[in-house]
Design a protein around this ligand. Structure first.
Ligand code: KIV
Ligand code: NA
Length: 270
């Protein structure tokens, strides 16, 4: 793994060893994954997995900046990408630039990610031309659940051509990579073959140029629901609940704190 990869290094990884990525929202999580990931995404999924929001729509610039700053403190080698939250970039390319610049300046992120295909191509080109590397995100775009009609697989059947057009549009606009979320495997493979930038799959295909998961999902920390595309590599939520139950029992039995956790009087100190 290259130290401190830049967007151009990510772009150059097209067709090579798959890019490894996870989301992070806090310093310790960022530290845990820093040595293993090519890039770390401060995802707006933070709203759902850490703040208990029902969707990503309620995530604010201030939340992204605070979590971005925390993640930056935990990274020394992985690149950091930060999500633009709902409402911070859709209105105009100027609005998008203003908020993307603020996210990068206040967190130290090396790039921003925003959702959308053909309709966001102008904005992507505007940002890239002004010094802001952009990761695109097409297929299922969770900020649009209210118009997509839920968290359904995207790009099936007649919608396939629209998804291909979205992929072409963001690549031509200058995005350095594109997240493909919850699309059929054959569509992900077709997009990966036709665009010159790396595809980062989540619920897409092992043939993508990289993969990303929400870290709380893959660690089994977020258990409100589990998407089909999530693989749980650990069950930290269950482990945590068992640890808390053991603590509660020991407190009530007065077996915690034990001798090694308490202090002698200063005069008697060894
Ligand atoms: O917010 C997020 O976690 C994301 C990834 C799932 C791609 O956008
Ligand atoms: Na996101």
């Amino acid at each position: 793994k290259k130290r401190n990869p830049l967007p151009d290094d990510i772009r150059a990884a097209k067709g090579g060893t798959p890019l490894v990525s996870l989301t992070a929202y806090t310093t310790p999580m960022a530290q845990m994954m820093d040595a293993h990931c090519d890039f770390v995404l401060v995802g707006d999924s933070v709203g759902m997995v850490l703040h208990g929001l029902p969707s990503t729509l309620g995530v604010t610039m201030e939340m992204m900046i605070l979590h971005g700053q925390a993640v930056a403190r935990g990274l020394t080698s992985a690149m950091m990408v930060i999500d633009m939250p709902f409402g911070s970039y859709e209105e105009s390319r100027e609005q998008a630039f203003r908020n993307a610049a603020r996210l990068m300046a206040e967190t130290g992120a090396g790039a921003v990610k925003l959702e959308g295909g053909v309709e966001m191509a102008d904005t992507i080109a505007f940002l890239v031309a002004r010094g802001i590397p952009v990761m695109a995100h097409i297929g299922l775009t969770p900020q649009s659940i209210n118009t997509l009609g839920g968290y359904k697989v995207q790009g099936r059947g007649a919608a396939r051509d629209e998804a291909l057009a979205d992929a072409d549009a963001v690549a031509q606009a200058g995005a350095f990579a594109v997240v493909l979320e919850k699309v059929p495997e054959t569509l992900a493979d077709e997009i990966t073959a036709r665009v010159s930038i790396p595809t980062i799959g989540i619920g897409a295909s092992a043939g993508c140029d990289g993969q990303i998961l929400v870290v709380d999902d893959m660690l089994g920390l977020f258990t409100a629901f589990k998407a089909k595309f999530v693989k749980r590599y650990a069950h930290l939520g269950d482990d945590g609940a068992a640890a808390i139950a053991a603590y509660a029992e020991e407190v009530r039995a007065r077996t915690f704190p034990a001798a090694e956790h308490v202090f002698a009087d200063a005069a008697a100190k060894k």
